[in-house]
Design a protein around this ligand. Structure first.
Ligand code: IMP
Length: 432
């Protein structure tokens, strides 16, 4: 039995969806533990396109149990729509295939309104560039002890009281501070009664279920969303998301003991991208950046925004290995680098004569550092047809080796194209 956590090592969009899909084959349980519908990925299976925002893509496999942990925040309308869409595409979504933690908090309509109103009120330089899905305000309420939990939908009077109390405050903020439309009690109350009917059958105690699975020697895959440098504690704060994205939260966000985790897979794109604002030391503003953006189809999965692109950042990689306890890397989109004559990897930063081996925690310093690059020779040939590591061009192997060295973790998976088959699985993290 093994428990494996998959996390992004950069700023999200590292290609976790594809690696999770690959590793799901070996798992009995797939668990989301943080974030909400700010995440999103698309999988194409036998020509059919499936879009996921909250439900683990493991639902594509008939024999997997998918779980939405207590650390996730759920927009019930979005989840129900996602369920309906996947069902319309022929998938079975029943309580014996999907379980939702009662302790997960709900994204309420006022959370999205506040998210957007707050962003609009910020000056350009201060905007976070959130996905506008209500993520920050929902986690604020959770930590502020005024959030509404999925389980509250079971108790009509508790839900009514909490919603009333919340709207008192939120509508004051929306109308008086942000000059935005208020949220009406009756409409939300009625809508959430309908949501309750659809969601309650899926409720369960995920911590208990996962413990039972562990004792039965079953394999568990924890699927992280976003990326290490978007972590609320360890990321480029305040240009981060509002949850802990690092591997430790797989435990907190699902109720699973840390000693039971066997491996942590860090997904690392062969270059770097970021959506939204915030420090990005290796960002490129030249033709190479544009080439990576175009060849890598770098548009945000949830918002469709153009992603900022840059060289691979070894400082970001080393930070991620340390913060997550990465035991193996999955290097994705290596094929996008084919044809570049020169490749660069940042190995440290400099600012005001001082050298940095880790991302400075002061956001202004993080935004002002200059990366110190080393240069490697690129390879010309396309590599998407390659299925054996030995067949990779020598320069691609040298690049991978250097990525392993600067990040401090071995490359166990290498992705050379978007399809399921375009993957080199050098070491399966589920095998000890
Ligand atoms: P929020 O999570 O919507 O509050 O957005 C906060 C920051 O995280 C913004 O810069 C978003 O672009 C970024 N972000 C949130 N979710 C994702 C994701 O799944 N991939 C990449 N960036 C994300």
């Amino acid at each position: 039995m093994s428990s494996v956590v998959v996390v992004g090592t950069q700023w999200g969009d590292e290609g976790k969806g594809k690696v999770v899909d690959l590793l799901t084959r070996y798992a009995d349980f797939v668990v989301r533990f943080q974030g909400g519908n700010n995440a999103g990925h698309t999988l194409v299976v036998e020509g059919k396109k499936f879009i996921f925002h909250i439900i683990p893509s493991g639902i594509l496999y008939e024999d997997k149990m998918c779980m939405i942990g207590n650390g996730v925040i759920i927009d019930p309308g979005v989840l129900i729509k996602e369920m309906a869409q996947l069902q319309a595409q022929g998938l079975t979504i029943t309580p014996d295939r999907l379980m939702i933690s009662e302790a997960a908090h709900l994204i309420m309509p006022y959370h999205a309104s506040l998210d957007q109103a707050k962003e609009n009120a910020l000056s350009d330089g201060d905007k976070i560039g959130t996905t506008g899905r209500g993520i920050g305000p929902c986690y604020m309420d959770k930590v502020g002890r005024v959030g509404i939990k999925a389980g509250d939908l079971r108790d009509e009077s508790l839900f009514r009281d909490k919603l009333k109390a919340a709207l008192d405050e939120k509508n004051f903020l929306l109308t008086k501070k942000y000059n935005a439309a208020p949220v009406e009690f009756e409409a939300v109350y009625r809508q959430f009664q309908e949501f309750a009917e659809k969601l309650i059958p899926f409720y369960g105690n995920i911590s208990v279920e996962l413990d039972a699975a562990r004792k039965k020697d079953q394999n568990i895959l924890f699927e992280g969303a976003q990326g290490t440098h978007l972590d609320i504690d360890h990321g480029t704060y305040p240009f981060v998301t509002s949850s802990n994205t690092i591997a430790g939260n797989a435990c907190t966000g699902s109720g699973f003991g840390p000693a039971y985790i066997d491996a942590v897979v860090g997904i690392m794109k062969a270059y770097t991208t970021r959506v939204g604002s915030g420090p990005f030391p290796t960002e490129l503003f030249d033709t190479v950046g544009n080439e990576l953006q175009e060849k890598g189809h770098e548009f945000g999965a949830t918002t469709g925004r153009r992603r900022r692109c840059g060289w691979l950042d070894g400082v970001v990689g080393a930070d991620a290995t340390r913060l997550n306890g990465v035991t193996g890397l999955a290097i994705t989109k290596l094929d996008v680098l084919s044809g570049q004559s020169e490749l660069k990897i940042a190995t440290s930063y400099e600012l005001n004569g001082k050298s940095y081996a880790a991302m400075p925690s002061n956001v202004r310093e993080a935004g002002a550092v200059t990366p110190v690059y080393e240069s490697l020779e690129g390879w010309k040939e396309e590599i998407d047809h390659i299925r054996d590591y030995d067949d990779l061009p020598l320069k691609a192997k040298e690049y991978i080796k250097r990525v392993e060295e600067v990040s401090g973790a071995p490359a166990n998976i290498i992705s050379v194209g978007p399809d399921r088959e375009e993957t080199l699985l050098l070491k399966n993290p589920f095998e000890k």
